[in-house]
Design a protein around this ligand. Structure first.
Ligand code: DGL
Length: 270
């Protein structure tokens, strides 16, 4: 009864952590494609091929349902996977929609027409590939009207986190927040549209100021998966073990994961 969790590297661990707390009885298999991170500067075909390879590896662990805990892959590859690649009986769910449902004050899966919502000025921080896909704006437009979104491509942040360079990651976050504030001085809400960014969430909140509500995905995705599994319990696959897999160097990836999550995390070779 295992569920797969996919990311380009360490970021999806923020989602995994929340999933394990919300659904302690479910074994989760994590796949970090640390050998090919960052995805945010790759082209769409490349991201599609790498994401499919990771999802196939998770099928081999008995995971019929895979959470694509990577906004870049969710934005650039997920729709194509669902329409052209996933065989019957397999599902892949992204991390965008639960976040947008929370921002637009909707229940999970409420597909009623777009309407006015409380927030009017939203800052979006994401990788260059996610920002240029405009997937966030597209999903938001299905649900809300009159929301002004200013997007900041946060080049370098994922790379700095994957290299274990917290000081550089934090300096880059501050400069990206400054750049965004020059274009939108008073956002009411900020979306951390990359699962790596909760690892430096405090820096985002400090740079934005306490009046800005920062939305990140982990708990929202966990709640929506719990809801999904009550409706589709048959999607719990046949896998029974919980394990963290990486395409990178397991010792190095374990050390970086432990550093950023501030608790012991162990990886093995994918
Ligand atoms: N955690 C991935 C995301 O949510 C990072 C993508 C990357 O590797 O650049 O977008």
């Amino acid at each position: 009864m295992a569920v797969g969790v996919f990311d380009s590297g360490l970021g999806g661990l923020t989602v995994l952590d929340a999933l394990q707390q919300r659904l302690p009885q479910v074994p989760f298999v994590y796949y970090g494609d640390n050998a090919h991170t960052p995805y945010g500067v790759r082209d769409a075909d490349d991201i599609f091929a790498l994401t499919c390879a990771g999802v196939e590896r998770l099928w081999a662990e008995g995971c019929d349902l895979v959470i694509i805990a990577c906004n870049t892959a969710s934005a650039v590859a997920l729709k194509r996977m669902q329409e052209t690649w996933l065989p019957p009986g397999k599902r892949a769910l992204g991390v965008f929609v639960p976040l947008i449902e929370a921002l637009t004050e909707r229940q999970w899966g409420d597909n009623s027409p777009p309407r006015e919502v409380a927030v009017k000025h939203v800052a979006l921080f994401a990788t260059p590939a996610t920002v240029s896909s405009r997937a966030f704006q597209r999903e938001l437009a299905y649900r809300a009207i009159g929301v002004d979104v200013e997007a900041q491509p946060c080049g370098g942040v994922v790379d700095a986190i994957e290299q274990g360079d917290e000081i550089l990651a934090e300096a880059l976050v501050r400069s990206h927040v400054d750049a965004l504030k020059r274009r939108m001085p008073h956002p009411e809400a900020a979306i951390l549209g990359c699962t790596h960014y909760p690892l430096v969430q405090k820096t985002f909140q400090d740079a934005l100021g306490p009046q800005v509500k920062v939305f990140s995905q982990a708990n929202l995705v966990a709640e929506s998966l719990a809801d999904y599994l009550t409706r589709r319990p048959e999607m719990l696959g046949t896998g029974t073990r919980s394990v963290n897999l990486t395409t990178g160097n397991p010792a190095q990836v374990s050390a970086r994961a432990t550093q950023f999550l501030r608790k012991g995390v162990k990886f093995e070779a994918a």
